[in-house]
Design a protein around this ligand. Structure first.
Ligand SMILES: C[S@@+](CC[C@H](N)C(=O)[O-])C[C@H]1O[C@@H](n2cnc3c(N)ncnc32)[C@H](O)[C@@H]1O
Length: 531
């Protein structure tokens, strides 16, 4: 706790001081030099705006120890372990980048000269990520059989499931302190052991590790526990400019709990550090949260996903509310009275019946789940290269699915990106009607973003980018000068908001400054005409 003395005397020399540490606001300094020195002497480790707390529902979680401003960086952490996902398309085990297709028609990937796992080239054989596992596998005479198959370079190989696991196991001797941190993470092993995935792991992975690699000191349960820790705590990482996603474990960030309306967002920098930002203003005492699932999905879909992937039943405010905070994302129209919406009678109980809010028509949970799964399946198999099939989906289901039903929302989000970008639907090729449709879809989804993913979320940022683009295009098409100026101004205002939301996303900066330059020139011309 902050004492009065710590806020009046320099944390290093105890002289009278007033320069507050902007990050934790827990200590003051008499000078910049003393602040730097104190940082090196250990303040770096304790300078945080959150603490680890525990409660019955969430287990360990992070809680804000002071008010946090929108856009503030809350936590930055380097990965303890990183590597391929359980099933991954071939990638380099040294640098985790995509592999280049071989030049010759019948060629293969570059293979590690010791263990034959595909790598970028010789330079990656000595990568610190790969070295220890390579020694273990080659000394056990194990050679990877993953080869380049023309036309199937994206095929997922389940052999990669062993890599992250081995890296964690090898940490036990390489860095026992870090291993101990890893081993205290939540695993949900008991629940996972009965799942089909863990039965497969039990049959294949354990034999491989104990018999093929000869790691006999590890018990079956200890090995599976590491797999379960990884499944519960790793983050999926999209590396800049790479197609294949990998996974990484950050022991500090692993303490962050889930909420279906989270107050933080995260990103990765070029060194794979994870960085968390406040999406909105966070008050002292609030629990820090991210979403482990997708915001446009309905309560039944999100809770099912969280149960399967993370072994818990979410009971956040959105999950508790049959109307999902006014969005009715999981509800369907009542086909009997044609006026009400059918909502769950108890969203926290998956087996509860559903009922129309007006005529009381009932549907069983099983019936709702089946129709939901069929609609999701239909949506996922649609051709998404152009807007045609998605518009057709919305039209065909217009009677039972209302405007903000999850399936319609997912279709609409895909459409905001297709209008203006898909082949034959580029911004210059769009009819006026299609251009207006793009703007209207963005407006509708922005209202939903305010409910599910408010503040400076990437979802809102992306929608604003699409909307700004479309409104600028509308400005270019109109022959009415004042309408044109109005639309350009609207675009410029949106751009200001986008720049705030995206200011921590380096790859967006060039695009945004180019757009700003174009808008500034166009608006300046209007001012010149007026003068
Ligand atoms: C990445 S860990 C978070 C840290 C964990 N609470 C701990 O004590 O180690 C994820 C696990 O935390 C718990 N958890 C996170 N968010 C939750 C929530 N909203 N409701 C219930 N449990 C949650 C679940 O057990 C979940 O599998």
């Amino acid at each position: 706790m902050t004492s009065v003395a710590s806020l009046t005397s320099c944390a290093l020399c105890q002289a009278r001081a007033s320069q507050l540490c902007a990050a934790c606001r827990n200590v003051v300094y008499c000078s910049r030099e003393h602040q730097k020195e104190h940082w090196k002497k250990g303040h770096k480790a304790e300078c945080k705006c959150y603490e680890v707390a525990t409660n019955e529902t969430l287990g360990r979680h992070l809680r804000a120890t002071r008010d946090i401003k929108i856009g503030e960086q809350i936590l930055k952490e380097a990965p303890l372990i990183l590597g391929p996902k359980v099933a991954s398309a071939p990638l380099c085990l040294g640098c985790h980048r995509n592999l280049l297709a071989p030049e010759k028609r019948k060629g293969n990937y570059y293979k590690c000269s010791s263990c034959s796992w595909p790598l970028c080239g010789k330079q990656c054989e000595d990568s610190p990520h790969h070295k220890a596992e390579c020694q273990l596998m080659s000394s056990s005479n194990f050679q990877s059989k993953i080869n380049y198959v023309p036309g199937e370079a994206e095929r997922k190989e389940s052999a990669y499931c062993v890599i992250m696991l081995l890296r964690c196991m090898q940490l036990k001797t390489k860095d026992p302190e870090s291993f101990a941190k890893l081993y205290t993470l939540e695993d949900h092993l008991k629940e996972r052991l009965d799942t089909p995935l863990y039965q497969v792991l039990r049959a294949n992975l354990i034999t491989f590790i104990k018999t093929v690699l000869g790691l006999k000191d590890w018990s079956e349960l200890d090995i599976l526990r590491i797999a379960a820790i990884l499944d519960t705590n790793t983050f999926e990482v999209r590396q800049p400019r790479e197609r294949i996603k990998i996974r990484a474990l950050f022991p500090g960030a692993a303490m962050i709990s889930h909420d279906c309306v989270p107050n933080m967002r995260h990103r990765f920098d070029d060194d794979m550090n994870i960085i968390f930002l406040a999406k909105r203003k966070i008050s002292k005492g609030e629990i820090l949260s991210i979403s482990y699932t997708q915001p446009l999905r309905s309560t039944i879909q999100r809770r099912l996903h969280l149960r399967q992937a993370k072994c818990f039943d979410c009971s956040c405010a959105r999950c508790q509310d049959p109307e999902e905070l006014g969005s009715f994302a999981g509800a369907q129209n009542c086909v009997k009275c044609k006026a009400g919406k059918i909502v769950s009678m108890n969203p926290l109980q998956n087996s509860a019946n559903w009922k129309c809010q007006i005529c009381n028509l009932k549907r069983t949970a099983k019936d709702v789940l089946t129709s939901d799964a069929q609609l999701q399946q239909e949506l996922e198999t649609l051709d998404k290269s152009t807007p045609v099939a998605l518009e057709d989906f919305i039209y065909r289901h217009r009677v039972e699915l209302h405007e903000t039903n999850t399936h319609i929302l997912q279709a609409k989000y895909a459409l905001t990106q297709l209008y203006g970008n898909a082949p034959g639907f580029g911004m210059d090729e769009l009819t006026e009607e299609a251009l207006n449709r793009k703007v209207q879809l963005c407006e509708e989804l922005l209202k939903l973003a305010d409910i599910f993913d408010c503040g400076w979320s990437i979802f809102r940022g992306n929608l604003l980018i699409d909307m700004e683009d479309a409104i600028a295009a509308q400005a270019m098409r109109t022959e009415d000068a004042s309408e044109c100026q109005g639309k350009l101004q609207q675009s410029a205002d949106l751009l200001k908001e986008i720049q705030n939301i995206m200011k921590h996303e380096p790859e967006m900066q060039q695009l945004l400054s180019e757009r700003k330059e174009i808008l500034d020139i166009a608006l300046k011309r209007f001012d010149e005409i007026k003068e």
